[in-house]
Ligand binder design. Sequence first.
Ligand SMILES: NC(=O)c1ccc[n+]([C@@H]2O[C@H](COP(=O)([O-])OP(=O)(O)OC[C@H]3O[C@@H](n4cnc5c(N)ncnc54)[C@H](O)[C@@H]3O)[C@@H](O)[C@H]2O)c1
Length: 266
Amino acid sequence: MSGRLEGQSVVVTGGGSGIGAAAASRFAAEGASVAVVDRSGDAAAATANDITAAGGTSVAITADVSSLGDMERMAAEAVRRFGAIHGLFANAGITGVGDAMSLDVELWDRVIAINLTGVWLSNKAVLPHLLEAGGGSIVNQASVAGLVGIPGIAPYAAAKAGVIGLTRQIAVEFGNRQVRANALCPGTVPTPLVAATYAERAKQNIPTATGAMTAEEGMKNAVKRYPIGRLGTPEEIAAFALFLLSDEAGWITGGVFAADGGYTAV
Ligand SMILES: NC(=O)c1ccc[n+]([C@@H]2O[C@H](COP(=O)([O-])OP(=O)(O)OC[C@H]3O[C@@H](n4cnc5c(N)ncnc54)[C@H](O)[C@@H]3O)[C@@H](O)[C@H]2O)c1
């Protein structure tokens, strides 16, 4: 097998579902050994089993990105299994619904702990291993919500904007040691996270920008805001992450890239 990540070992956080699962499978199909990391052990195992069944190399690791101990154990386990780490897709995240006035501190703290601190902790734990390997690539999962305001998701948007700043820091702090870091900003990709966002909006009685309350109505309306005329797929986001991880993106670092069907161009 010859692929774009041949001989590389890559960690994917949140690899048990949605974009992370699609990415883990694609990276493995391109020749990478993939550590599928998720706080749900069953979900991580399901993705790892799919990869193995397709002839790829994978290990499932149950870990919470908001715990430094978990992230250090995860990185050590990936190195023990594969001998090194060359890439990280820091993708794990949760929804975060609430406007900046009504939102309670507990929810703010939880969303920041996973969606921002969790990205940092996975980067922090993996960086020493990238340096040991002579360099590597980090792709941090942000969102269009880190680039433009979207009503009703204040903690989520704040965390994603933070991910963009963190990614630039890593690019400038470690570039001279051949570590690249880029932030990916997807638009709406129907996944369990998006369904949870609409469900939570309905519970809190917060309509979307288009006035929708249900997931069905919300997604139907959301499509109209996308110049390309449809929502994204996990595979399309995985393909962009693959490019950024691969050597083809060797001169690309500190970048913030929307993969959003034109959403932020409007
Ligand atoms: N789907 C979208 O429209 C969209 C758009 C922009 C950005 N994103 C981002 O993409 C990433 C993946 O989202 P998705 O839509 O595939 O969601 P998803 O819910 O399908 O998958 C997220 C995965 O992360 C895992 N996870 C959650 N918290 C964790 C933690 N503390 N530690 C380890 N694993 C944890 C979950 O168990 C799940 O398997 C998220 O960071 C999300 O914010 C998604």
